[in-house]
Design a protein around this ligand. Structure first.
Ligand code: NCD
Length: 307
């Protein structure tokens, strides 16, 4: 695979192989690496550029650590002090950085399709999508699958509720594309204004009441309200949204033993009560840990020789 642009067109086997490789890296991180603190050298001599046009904490730092742990050189592009501020286009920025000698670009951009565009502009370098507008965030879904696989010992036929701003969420789209391939029952829960048109064609069940959506599911997956992508008002107030869609610890009795997940960043007290974020059923920090492992698997599979 030269690029990882999304999960829509990946096969079940390709997705599974990332999860299995991610599991091996997670074991390495917890075992040999935790003891020796010695990085690997599979990507020695390779150069990775983190090209982020939008803010990020988890995704950016876990790609950085993942690349370094594989022995690659990793540089971070800083939008605020780059020539983009002098008017340089996305295309010219890509061609310039490729000429400097990067082998792979990890790209986050506010435009849906920016990663596909970059893969067409670049002559040799690879592209990994770290979130493009409202389109896809494939590495997030892969790390979520690894988290679920480790907890449930399977990623087949589970039942999950995805709750929140589905309309603007690239995380929801990647999840819906991927989980459908594994025969999941997907409950999508949001106010009608925060659902994409024709979403029911994606083989999901639509709910407008949180209590009904989460009843007896294996996983409750909460999403942040993407205020940065909302140029109009989609609901009367944040307080009303929280009242109707915010997850509280009382809700958890409707789905006993369910995993509670969130891609982060969480707006505590908006989509989720702090007590639930920090609670026993919460896998939020486990998702973050698995982010390093899955990104090692992805970078290795694109840039590395056979192990
Ligand atoms: C997500 C994103 O950027 O799409 N964050 C992440 O990568 N973990 C979700 C979000 O910003 O709400």
């Amino acid at each position: 695979m030269k690029h990882l642009l999304g999960l829509e067109n990946l096969s079940k086997e390709e997705i599974l192989s990332f999860v299995e490789e991610g599991e091996k890296y997670r074991e390495w991180l917890d075992g040999e690496y935790a003891e020796t603190r010695k990085p690997l050298s599979y990507l020695k001599g390779k150069r990775i550029c983190l090209l982020f046009y939008e803010p990020s904490t988890r995704t950016r730092h876990s790609f950085e650590i993942a690349g370094r742990l594989l022995g690659a050189e990793v540089s971070s592009f800083s939008l605020a002090v780059s020539s983009v501020q002098k008017g340089e286009s996305f295309k010219d920025t890509l061609l310039t950085l490729e000429s400097i000698g990067f082998d792979l670009f990890v790209i986050r951009h506010s435009c849906s399709g920016a990663c596909l565009y970059a893969s067409n502009v670049l002559q040799k370098a690879s592209v990994v999508n770290a979130g493009d507008g409202m389109h896809e965030h494939p590495t997030q879904t892969l790390l979520d699958l690894l988290t679920i696989y480790r907890a449930k010992k399977t990623i087949e036929g589970l039942k999950m509720a995805i709750v929140g701003d589905i309309l603007h969420s690239r995380v929801a789209r990647s999840a819906i594309f991927a989980l459908g391939k594994f025969g999941w029952e997907l409950h999508i829960c949001a106010p009608p204004t925060l659902l994409p048109k024709d979403i029911e064609k994606l083989n999901v069940k639509i709910f407008h009441r949180l209590e009904e959506a989460i009843k007896d599911v294996d996983i409750i997956y909460m999403l942040r309200i993407q205020r940065e992508r909302q140029n109009e008002q989609f609901f009367p107030s944040i307080e009303e949204y929280t009242h109707l869609y915010g997850l509280t610890h009382q809700h958890l009795s409707l789905a006993p033993g369910a995993m509670v997940m969130h891609p982060g960043p969480v707006n505590r007290g908006v989509e989720m009560e702090g007590k639930v974020v920090d609670g026993e059923g919460s896998f939020i920090l486990e998702q973050v840990r698995n982010g390093v492992a899955i990104r090692m698997a992805i970078l290795h599979s694109i840039l590395g020789e056979a192990r």
